[in-house]
Write a protein that binds this ligand. Structure first.
Ligand SMILES: [Zn+2]
Length: 117
């Protein structure tokens, strides 16, 4: 189903930009006047995506144009790993990312323990 293009409220756009540390989700570029940040729909409106916070990321104008209506995975083919893009986007250090990986592994192990006990 196609979603109607509706205006995204100022509070939503500033929340997305703040959450992204004013960086492009796809290339990690910081905001600048030559290549300003825009809001990009992860699932495009034409594919039924919404204007909700969880479907929006900050993207520089160049990347937003490149993504168009493509699925998000297409933006990471032959580029930086998706996980690295998320790390930069969230402003996490490589150490923090390593901690998250360990936590994920522990959660998986706990799941296994629960399964066998
Ligand atoms: Zn970009």
């Amino acid at each position: 189903m196609k979603t109607k293009r509706r205006h995204i409220g100022v509070h939503i756009s500033s929340a997305v930009l703040e959450f992204s540390n004013y960086r492009c989700f796809y290339c990690g570029a910081e905001f600048n006047t030559d290549n300003p940040l825009t809001l990009d729909h992860i699932v495009p409106l034409c594919s039924g995506g919404t204007n909700q916070l969880n479907n929006l990321v900050a993207a520089c104008k160049v990347c937003n144009r490149e993504k168009g209506a493509k699925p998000i995975g297409a933006m990471f083919e032959g580029k930086r790993h998706f996980e690295e893009a998320v790390r930069v986007y969230l402003g996490l250090s490589t150490f923090e990312l390593a901690v998250l990986r360990v936590l994920r592994r522990i959660r998986k192990m706990l799941g296994l323990v629960r399964e066998i006990s």
